[in-house]
Each structure stands twice: as C-alpha cells, then as structure tokens.
Design a protein around this ligand. Structure first.
Ligand code: V0V
Length: 144
C-alpha cells in the first residue's frame, strides 16, 4: 500500500538556520512552510530545484515547545533524522492493516499533517527503531 517515500524528517533546533544550511550546501528550495500547533512544530518541506513536488522531500522540524515530540527528541538524541514517511492512498486502511499484523499505531484516528494531509505513525519500537509515518496527501494536493 506504500506508493512512495513521501519525506524524511530531520529534527532541528532552529528552522531558519537549517533551511539556510540546506540551501547553501545542497541547493534545496523551500516548497512549503507551516506551523502545526497540535504537533508542536514549525516545519518546512524542501525539494530539489525544478522538481514538481511529487518527489521525496526533506522535512525540517523545529519544536514550538520543549514538551513536544520534536522538543523531546532533540533533548534526548540531538538534531538528526527523526522519521521516515511513506505515502499511502488511504491512511485508515493502511493503519488497520498494520494493526492487524500486530504493530502499534500511535493514534487511534489519523491526525492532520502537512498541507492538510492525514497522518498516523507506527511506534518506532515496532518498526526496527524507525519512527514510520504514514501520509495520505490531501485529495486536491498538487504538491505537499
Ligand atoms: C523516540 N524513540 C525513537 C524516536 N522517538 N526512536 C526512533 N525514532 C524516533 N523519532 C525511542 C526512544 O529513544 C525510546 O527508546 C522509545 O522510542 C520510547 O521513547 P520515549 O522517550 O518513551 O517516548 P517519547 O515521549 O520520546 O515519544 C516518542 C514518540 C513521539 C515516537 C511516541 O515522538 C511521538 O508521538 N511521535 C509522533 C509525532 C511526531 O513525531 N510529531 C512531530 C512531527 P528507548 O530509550 O526506550 O530504547 S509532525 C509531522 O511529521 C508532520 C506534521 C507531518 O509530517 O506532516
């Protein structure tokens, strides 16, 4: 049911500094930026220049609060890779299928992710130490 690697998420202490780093060193461009209060993040989606936005993106995640998922991750592990996100066409069906196989999903119901996508997560302890996100893009999303 995975249709693509949607994005790889990196926890950063300072979003603007991280955007500048990726622009200067790798030539990546900001495709999208938003604040997600529920998740406690300020985030940016970066892409290679000239790509349409359907390719795998890099998501920079900065904490809004110390007790957020990213705040805790930074305190414990420092900056670095925090998540791997798979694109799916139906996040509820994908979560149900994984639960059926005995994996713990973090949310009972999907929550709102970037650009009005719907997201859920597999517990990292059930996925080989990787926080796996499932992303169902918004139906009208041309890029996300
Ligand atoms: C924690 N652990 C991880 C991990 N975070 N392992 C791999 N990758 C990570 N990102 C390990 C941790 O080292 C512990 O291992 C164990 O899991 C339990 O961790 P914990 O300290 O007890 O739990 P917390 O409080 O740190 O919570 C971890 C979880 C939390 C994964 C439950 O981060 C969470 O709810 N994440 C989902 C939401 C999220 O990440 N939001 C921010 C992105 P040991 O020490 O016991 O061996 S928002 C987003 O992606 C959006 C909006 C989007 O894409 O659209």
């Amino acid at each position: 049911f995975v249709t693509a690697i949607d994005h790889v998420g990196i926890a950063v202490p300072d979003l603007d500094a991280a955007i500048e780093f990726h622009r200067t060193h790798f030539g990546l461009e900001v495709a999208h930026e938003e604040v997600n209060e529920e998740q406690g993040v300020r985030e940016a989606m970066l892409r290679a220049p000239g790509t349409a936005g359907t390719e795998t993106q890099i998501q920079l995640l900065a904490p809004l609060r110390e007790d957020s998922a990213i705040g805790k991750f930074l305190a414990k592990s420092g900056p670095g890779l925090q998540q791997l996100a798979y694109r799916v066409s139906d996040v509820d069906a994908a979560a149900a299928a994984l639960r059926e196989k005995g994996l713990r999903m973090l949310y009972e119901e999907a929550k709102r992710g970037t650009s009005n996508s719907r997201v859920n997560f597999v517990h990292p302890k059930d996925a080989g130490g990787v926080l796996v996100e499932l992303v169902e893009p918004a139906k009208d999303a041309t890029a996300h």
